[in-house]
Design a protein around this ligand. Structure first.
Ligand code: F6P
Length: 326
């Protein structure tokens, strides 16, 4: 493979706390090895529209503690087309970029895979999404901060639930994955957790709630993943409220507060390790792989594998949640 001199870096898809720590690590690790780094703003959109500038070490000072992404991010429909990717590649060549680090979720890594298949550019992915739904890595950047944010919000909601004897349905993010819901639910002692990976018919939920109230529970928290098959939190809450007029049912959708804020120590450290590992991987002639962390060790997972496989939910944790919520 040709010697790498100039590396491009971008963030793509939903922002996640810790992305800045990853950009910093990619930049400084590359500079440490004598490479030049080019920041591509607004993800693939910026690659197509030539929003590419060199980043020096001082440009990434004082960003490790900041949420969002200094490079900005976007979801680009144009990049989903062969023509869009060809245009993007032309801009990479014009800027003499000979390798790419893509920080993002499965859509972003799919884009990187297609780009490297169609054009001669080695790409390495860094898992950055609050959803933690990428196969081949235990954690994705942003997940730890997001579950802590969600947990703190649920703690506050529980105060009201308990004071008014209310049943709250709290919807958390996760597109079509229940990882945020499961951890938030366990950490906040939720009465039930509804996730897309396991169907919980509303009838079963009603029986479960009835039993809880018989055992003198006076309030409750149900965590609903946004991708839950029975519908969103409002839909499920309505079904339950129809049958149980005595329940004072409320719904809270946590939404984008889960994506913002200063990253946790765990996210900052993990992002630093993964960003640095991406440069190591490129210098080691690797391409079309995502760097990940499994059992606290850096791993390299082919794009094809991480994109095409579904990360399994931890069944033991799910069972534990059910037992502890009786
Ligand atoms: O992938 C991260 C995520 O926050 C999902 O949990 C959510 O479904 C989606 O992004 C929301 O995207 P947007 O901010 O574009 O509405």
């Amino acid at each position: 493979m040709a010697k790498i001199i100039n590396v491009g870096v971008l963030t793509s898809g939903g922002d996640a706390p810790g992305m800045n720590a990853a950009i910093r690590a990619v930049t400084r690790m590359a500079i440490y090895h004598g490479l030049k780094v080019y920041g591509i703003r607004h993800g693939y959109h910026g690659m197509i529209h030539d929003q590419i500038r060199e980043i020096k070490s001082h440009h990434v000072s004082n960003i490790i503690q900041r949420g969002g992404t200094i490079l900005k991010t976007a979801r680009s429909d144009e990049f989903r087309t062969v023509e869009g990717r060809a245009k993007a590649y032309e801009n990479l060549k014009r800027n003499n970029i000979d390798a790419l680090v893509v920080i993002g979720g499965d859509g972003s890594l799919t884009g990187a895979r297609l780009l490297s298949e169609e054009h001669d550019i080695p790409c390495v992915g860094v898992p950055g999404t609050i959803d933690n739904d990428l196969y081949g890595t235990d954690y994705t950047i942003g997940y730890d901060t997001a579950i802590n944010t969600a947990m703190e919000a649920v703690d506050k909601i529980r105060d009201t639930a308990s004071a008014h004897n209310r049943l709250f349905f709290v919807e958390v993010m996760g597109r079509d994955a229940g990882f945020i819901a499961l951890r938030t639910g366990i950490a906040s002692g939720a009465e039930a957790i509804l996730i897309p990976e396991r169907e919980t018919p509303s009838d079963k939920l009603k029986i479960f709630l009835e039993e809880g109230f018989k055992r003198k529970k006076t309030s409750g928290i149900i965590i609903v993943a946004e991708g839950e098959k029975e519908g969103g939190a409002y839909e499920i809450a309505n079904k339950v409220a129809e049958d149980f007029k005595e329940y004072d049912v409320k719904v809270t959708v946590l939404g984008h507060i889960q994506r913002g804020g200063s990253p946790s120590a765990y996210d900052r450290v993990t992002a630093s390790q993964l960003g640095a590992a991406a440069i190591d991987a490129l210098l080691d002639d690797q391409k079309s792989v995502m760097v990940g962390i499994v059992n606290k060790k850096i791993v390299h997972v082919p794009f094809n594998k991480t994109i095409k496989s579904r990360k399994p939910i931890n069944e033991d944790l799910l069972e534990l949640a059910e037992i502890l919520s009786i």
